[in-house]
Design a protein around this ligand. Structure first.
Ligand SMILES: [Zn+2]
Length: 435
């Protein structure tokens, strides 16, 4: 195998094989008393639960990256940063707004100092472009850089943008991607970080608290494994959770804010309304009267909107009841594993539908300019406060129409809705000071 494929990586090999010259052979698991710890993903087990024959053990937690067991060794070569110089690597010709420019300058300075930093930027602030100066400077210093996201669709969306905006080869890694290649700049899922070991001088995590991980110990472990011991860490989010904010309070993370969208406007605030047991009404083919009024107003104005419901099982009933309210207005339902999803989204974009009833936030890159939005059953536990903030952030994305209405209809008052409203209000308070 090519030795460069081991730079900053940990690859599994049978423990019986002779170790090639210049390669380190590292322990894959630690056994202590009755416990076994996987040194790739950090999971701990009672030894008896993960036993193989002859007093060997394996890790079931990260098995889809290849089975870590005491029958194997990790081959590793410390990261040598063997990259050709790349002056002028940033091809991007766009311009940052004054506020974006300020935030970008802070990020660049923090990353030059290899700090651990949180960038809290609202949905639609233009986060990606704000990282460009910091990333370009790191690459020009000869550093190895990775951009990771818990969401595969974010990785797939970032890859072509970075390929267009940076003049160097980039690796894209996720479950179904091309084989690994040694590159100065990598874009990958946070899961893939577990294959790296002290590889990166700069690690950027986009949508740090996004589904499916949230800021959890596994992600922290993966991050710590992948970044060099003195490396810089940039976490980016539109909706920081309490764990992240408490790290800020304890001084483990520095923080900067971008509370305004790229067009300089505030986030749309949520109007929430308690409508009682709407599922009971839907079962009778009806919608709550307040919701009927909201829908009729949209039909009259012709304004497009997204209509969220909590579960796929809600779609058919809600669609039937909605049809009785909106008459012949064109709409359809769509959910995450809907085979016709891409076609339906495309038709919505071309104004073939006035609205979609959906359970899913749709791809991040998909924006409908000038829409309104409603969530029926926003109090359902399936919606985290972060998810509700993300959903609300679909509105007002275009400079031509930065306003838009976000209405939540709930069966009963709920903590998740309260938290989402409070977070948007807090961000907007900061934003107003900058307007
Ligand atoms: Zn493991």
């Amino acid at each position: 195998m090519k030795i460069e494929l081991l730079y900053g990586r940990r690859e599994l090999f049978p423990a019986t094989q002779a170790v090639p010259a210049g390669v380190q052979s590292l322990e894959p698991m630690r056994i202590s008393g009755k416990g076994v710890t996987c040194l790739r993903c950090g999971s701990r087990f009672v030894a008896a639960r993960v036993a193989l024959p002859n007093h060997h053990y394996y890790c079931p937690a990260c098995i889809n990256l290849g089975r870590v067991s005491t029958l194997a060794r990790f081959y590793h070569v410390p990261e040598p940063n063997q990259f050709p110089p790349c002056p002028g690597v940033l091809r991007w010709q766009g311009e940052l707004s004054p506020l974006q420019g300020e935030a970008a300058a802070v990020v660049k300075e923090k990353m030059a100092a290899h700090a651990h930093h949180l960038l809290w930027a609202v949905t639609g602030a233009g986060k990606t472009e704000m990282t460009y100066p910091a990333i370009a400077a790191a690459l020009e210093r000869g550093e190895r850089v990775v951009i990771a996201s818990p969401r595969i669709d974010v990785c797939r969306e970032l890859y072509p943008r970075f390929k267009r905006d940076f003049a160097l080869p980039i690796a894209l890694l996720h479950g179904g991607s091309e084989p690994y290649a040694y590159r100065q700049l990598t874009i990958c899922t946070t899961h893939q970080l577990l294959r790296f070991y002290h590889a990166f001088d700069l690690l950027v995590v986009d949508e740090v608290d996004a589904f499916p991980y949230a800021m959890n110990p596994a992600l922290l472990y993966a991050t710590k494994q992948a970044v060099k011991e003195d490396g810089g860490l940039l976490l980016m989010t539109a909706t920081p959770d309490q764990r992240l904010l408490s790290q800020v309070r304890r001084g483990r993370l520095s923080i900067s804010y971008l509370p305004l969208r790229y067009h300089g406007h505030l986030l749309p605030e949520i109007r929430s309304l308690v409508v009682g047991d709407w599922r009971k009404r839907v079962a009778r083919g009806q919608l709550p009267p307040a919701l009927c009024r909201w829908l009729r107003a949209r039909v009259e104005s012709g304004r497009e909107f997204l209509f969220f419901v909590p579960h796929v099982a809600d779609l058919a009933g809600v669609a039937r009841a909605t049809r009785r309210v909106v008459g012949t207005t064109p709409f359809t339902t769509v959910h995450a594993s809907d085979e016709a999803r891409a076609v339906k989204v495309e038709r919505m974009r071309r104004y073939g539908y006035q609205f979609l009833i959906t359970t899913t936030i749709l791809e991040r890159g998909v924006t409908f300019p000038g829409i309104d939005l409603l969530v029926l059953g926003a109090d359902d536990p399936v919606f985290s406060p972060a998810a509700l903030v993300q959903i609300a952030g679909r509105v007002g994305r275009s400079a031509a129409r930065p306003d838009g209405e976000v209405a939540f209809f709930l069966a009963a008052p709920a903590r998740n809705v309260k938290a989402a409203c409070a977070q948007i209000k807090a961000v907007n308070r900061r934003g107003r000071r900058l307007q």
